[in-house]
Each structure stands twice: as structure tokens, then as C-alpha cells.
Design a protein around this ligand. Structure first.
Ligand code: NAD
Length: 476
């Protein structure tokens, strides 16, 4: 057991602090955001993360977990200082280092000899050495032991991921320090890789870049599936059963988002370019991901022609289910593009509405999915919350102005949705995209005009994708 200080009480820092406290350590979480700390002291969490609130409250009550903004109080008595501050993207794709630098400066003022600095933030290769230099410069004592301990938890299952890791990675030039950090993790039954600082830092970037690559890969295959009439869900399953491939991160959809993959792929690409390399694969991964979000808007244009005045409903706003994190969420770009084209947006998310509200001022937030569907010309599933898999689809269809459903996460089956009377679009489900945009515009305007002349019975619009056929063929 040790005395631990965690600098940065965000998604990673809070989970790290609460979990280490639960394992019996004495933990102080420190943050520069005093409002956040005051609320945490009362057991009120700044984020939604399953199981975390209970963990924090339990360890607060047991006196193993405390929160402060006072560096001296938190750092001075600690055996280990974990740095878990944010490392966002700068304007050119580089990593913004000011939070790490200022955390290192402040730690340097109060850290005692023998304290081990553990870096959990995802940081450019070489940052471990930089942190050691900053601390030593400020402190003026002996060189400090810095250990890189990248974090691999996923938001939405962060507590479970922290408590049941696949591996622990520790990088340091000081073997004793790395071993001491390894002992902190002795409750976990998983391999521990002990290596040098730079290799540990690179393991984190390479892991995230590889996972992002899998997502962009499957999205590229999905686009080809749509052209050639194959179903990406079955393709991915068929691939994933191969032990060399495995099933994870092969879900076609609107692409990756969140606080990690976008910035980490970009940062790795930036690091490579800054050192004279051309990271072609990483660039393609980012391009495909960007295009994936625009696909939805393109499909809506093909359905309606102009989006001016169209009512579009969004289900799901957070970047993935089980979190209220809106960082780099697909919903942000989709919303911006739709609004730019004159659409009116109504949206619902089970957890992220309050976080999303200030980021999406022109969006009408609804209290449930049915309110979103009411009078909408099309519904888009942006985030695959379980709640949406259980919808009363007949009710949804009866509320929609037109039965258009674009499933950006492939949570439904095309045939079943068509049987229910939806004009359904998944991603890569073998539905050839519509005819070239110019033809599609005149055709769709024509369809809508005909329907408009029939008055309120427009809801009875026949499905535009015939069973076994494609929307493109239907309209050609
Ligand atoms: N979120 C994830 O799923 C995840 C997973 C693995 C790794 N990471 C990495 O972990 C790091 C932290 O990410 P996060 O999502 O927890 O960020 P976050 O934005 O949720 O939290 C960061 C916290 O650090 C605080 N902070 C900033 N500067 C500080 C300073 N000088 N002193 C004290 N506190 C300070 C902020 O106020 C904030 O509360 C990043 O490098 C990220 O890439 C994140």
C-alpha cells in the first residue's frame, strides 16, 4: 500500500484515484479546477462513468480518498505522484503540452526525494525525460525517477478496465522505480511489460493508432460492400472469427471519436512528419474517419435534395455509449453540417444532453427518442446506446413525418426495418448509395412533391428500398 497523489481529476485521474483507493491505498486527487474539486469533496462526479460514483463515495467515506487543489498538501507526503492531466491537440495536430508542463513545475516545487513520478497522460515520445528535467530544474535536487505508465482504459467501462487490465506497461530508466510501480499493481493478474520510457510512450500511441486503423479499415470495406451488395456485419463477423484477426473494433459506422483516438492518431502522425517521415497510413485513417461522418449528410441530401427547413432527429450525441463525453463526437460535425444546410435538429441522448447543450446551441434537446421522432423527416442513429436497440419502432415510425431511418451504427437489420416500412440505411449493409447527386435531387424532389400533393397521408410513402434491392436501383 502506498500514499498516492493523482494530478488531474478527469476521466483517467478520477478512475485511477478511486480504484487505487479501493485497493487500499491512501489517495489524494488534485485538480486546478476548484469547482470540480468542491463537488467531488461532496461525492458529486463531474462525469458519467458506470460504477465510478459508488466507488468514489465508498472510498471518500472510508477516508482513503480525498480531493484538493493544494499541491503542497497532496504532493509532499506522497510516495507516488501520478500525472493524469489532459494532453489535447494543438492547432497543427501537435500535442498541447502546457498542462503537462505546468503540472511538472508544480509537482517539482513540493516533491520530496524518493518520490516516484508516474506519467499516465498520453504524451509525445520523449516527454518522460522532459518531465524529469522540469522537476529537477524546479526542485534542484537529485534526478527524479519518472515512470511512464500509459493508461488503456475505455470510457464507458473505465472502472472495469482499470481493475482488469490486459497488461500494465511501465517505462523507465530507473528499474527500481518501475518495480515499485509494478508492486502497486500486484492485485492485477496480467502481464507487466517493463521497458524504457520512450518505448512505453510509443506503445500507447501505436495501440490507439492500430485500433483507429481497424475502424477506418472496416469503414472502407463497408463502402465497398455498399457498392457490391455485401453485408459488412457478416463480413466483419467472418473476419473476426479468424484468431489472427479477432472481432474487436470491426464495427462499421460513423467512425471513431472521443478524447483519444482522433488526437492520438493526429499526434503520432505529426511526430512522424516532424521527424521527416511520411505517415501515409495514419493520414489515410484520419481521412476515412472524416469522410465517414459526412456520408450521413450526403445520404440525407440524396433523400431530400435540399435540406433547407427539414426536421432531422438525432439519437445519441456522446462519442460512444455509456459516457457523457462529447469530445470529438460524430454528432458535433453531423449537426454542424446539417445546420449549415438549413436543417432543423432535434436530439436526445441518455446521458450527454447537459454536456452537449452549450456545444449545440441551435439544437432542440428532447427528453426521449419519441419526442425526437415526432414530426421529423428523418431519424439518424449517431450513438449506439442500448436504449435505442429497444425502441418501439412502430411507434417511432408513426411519429415520423417520413419513415426515413439512417442507422449510423448498424444497430438494426435492414430487412426487418424494411418489413416494418422504414426507408432504412445502414453503413455497408449492401445498399448501393443513391444515384449521382444531381439525379437524386430531381427524383427526390419529385417524390416529395407527389407526396405533398396527397396531403397528410404522406406518411404512407412506400418504402424506397425494395426488399433485396437498393435505393439507387429503385430511383434509376
Ligand atoms: N479519457 C480516456 O478515455 C483516456 C484513456 C487513456 C488515456 N487517456 C489520456 O489521459 C490523459 C487525461 O485524459 P482525461 O480524459 O482524463 O482528461 P480530462 O480532461 O478528463 O481530465 C484532465 C484533468 O486534468 C486537470 N488539469 C489540467 N492541468 C492541470 C494541472 N496543471 N494540475 C492539476 N490538474 C490539471 C483538468 O482540470 C482536468 O480535470 C490524456 O493524456 C489522455 O490522452 C485518456
Amino acid at each position: 500500500m502506498g500514499q498516492i497523489c493523482v494530478v488531474g481529476a478527469g476521466h483517467v485521474g478520477l478512475v485511477t484515484g478511486a480504484c487505487f483507493a479501493d485497493l487500499g491505498n491512501q489517495v489524494t486527487c488534485l485538480d486546478i479546477n476548484s469547482e470540480k474539486i468542491e463537488r467531488l469533496q461532496k461525492g458529486i462526479l463531474p462525469i458519467y462513468e458506470p460504477g465510478l460514483e459508488e466507488l468514489v463515495r465508498r472510498n471518500l467515506q472510508a477516508g482513503r480518498l480525498s480531493f484538493t487543489t493544494d499541491y503542497c498538501q497532496a504532493v509532499e507526503p506522497s510516495d507516488f505522484v501520478f500525472i493524469a492531466v489532459d494532453t489535447p491537440s494543438g492547432t497543427h495536430g501537435e500535442t498541447e503540452m502546457r498542462f503537462i508542463r505546468s503540472a511538472a513545475e508544480m509537482v517539482g516545487r513540493y516533491v520530496g526525494d524518493g518520490t516516484i513520478i508516474v506519467n499516465k497522460s498520453t504524451v509525445p515520445i520523449g516527454t518522460g525525460d522532459l518531465v524529469a528535467q522540469i522537476i529537477q530544474r524546479v526542485n534542484g535536487h537529485e534526478p527524479f525517477a519518472v515512470v511512464s505508465n500509459p493508461e488503456f482504459l475505455r470510457e464507458g467501462s473505465a472502472v472495469s478496465d482499470f481493475m482488469h487490465p490486459d497488461r500494465i506497461v511501465l517505462g523507465s530508466s530507473n528499474r527500481e522505480a518501475a518495480n515499485a510501480v509494478a508492486r502497486l499493481h500486484s492485485a492485477f493478474e496480467c502481464p507487466i511489460i517493463v521497458t524504457d520510457l520512450r518505448t512505453a510512450e510509443m506503445i500507447k500511441y501505436a495501440s490507439n493508432a492500430f485500433l483507429a486503423t481497424r475502424i477506418s479499415f472496416i469503414n472502407e470495406i463497408a463502402a465497398i460492400c455498399d457498392e457490391l451488395g455485401a453485408d459488412i456485419k457478416v463480413v466483419a463477423r467472418g473476419m473476426g472469427l479468424d484468431k489472427r484477426i479477432g472481432p474487436a473494433y470491426l464495427d462499421a459506422g460513423l467512425g471513431y471519436g472521443g478524447s483519444c483516438f482522433p488526437k492520438d492518431v493526429q499526434a503520432l502522425s505529426h511526430m512522424a512528419a516532424a521527424h521527416g517521415r511520411r505517415p501515409q497510413l495514419l493520414r489515410a485513417v484520419m481521412d476515412i474517419n472524416r469522410d465517414q461522418r459526412r456520408l450521413i449528410v450526403h445520404r440525407l441530401r440524396q433523400l431530400f435534395g435540399s435540406l433547407e427547413g427539414r426536421q432531422i432527429g438525432l439519437l445519441g450525441l456522446s462519442f460512444k455509449p455509456n459516457t457523457d463525453d462529447m469530445r470529438e463526437a460524430a454528432s458535433l460535425e453531423v449537426t454542424a453540417l446539417l445546420i449549415q444546410e438549413g436543417a432543423k435538429i432535434r436530439a436526445y441522448d441518455p446521458e450527454a444532453i447537459e454536456v452537449a447543450r452549450p456545444l449545440m446551441r441551435d439544437v432542440t434537446m428532447c427528453s426521449d427518442p419519441y419526442q425526437v421522432a415526432q414530426g421529423a423527416d428523418a431519424l439518424i442513429i449517431v450513438t449506439e446506446w442500448n436504449e435505442f436497440k429497444q425502441l418501439n419502432l412502430l411507434k417511432v415510425k408513426s411519429l415520423l413525418n417520413y419513415p426515413d431511418l439512417i442507422d449510423g451504427r448498424n444497430i438494426f437489420e435492414p430487412q426487418a426495418m424494411q418489413d416494418l416500412g422504414f426507408v432504412y440505411y445502414g453503413i455497408g449493409r449492401g445498399q448501393k448509395p443513391l444515384a449521382p447527386i444531381a439525379e437524386a435531387v430531381s427524383e427526390s424532389v419529385h417524390v416529395k412533391a407527389n407526396m405533398a400533393s396527397k396531403g397528410p397521408s404522406t406518411k404512407a410513402r412506400p418504402p424506397q428500398i425494395p426488399p433485396g434491392g437498393s435505393l439507387g436501383e429503385d430511383r434509376a
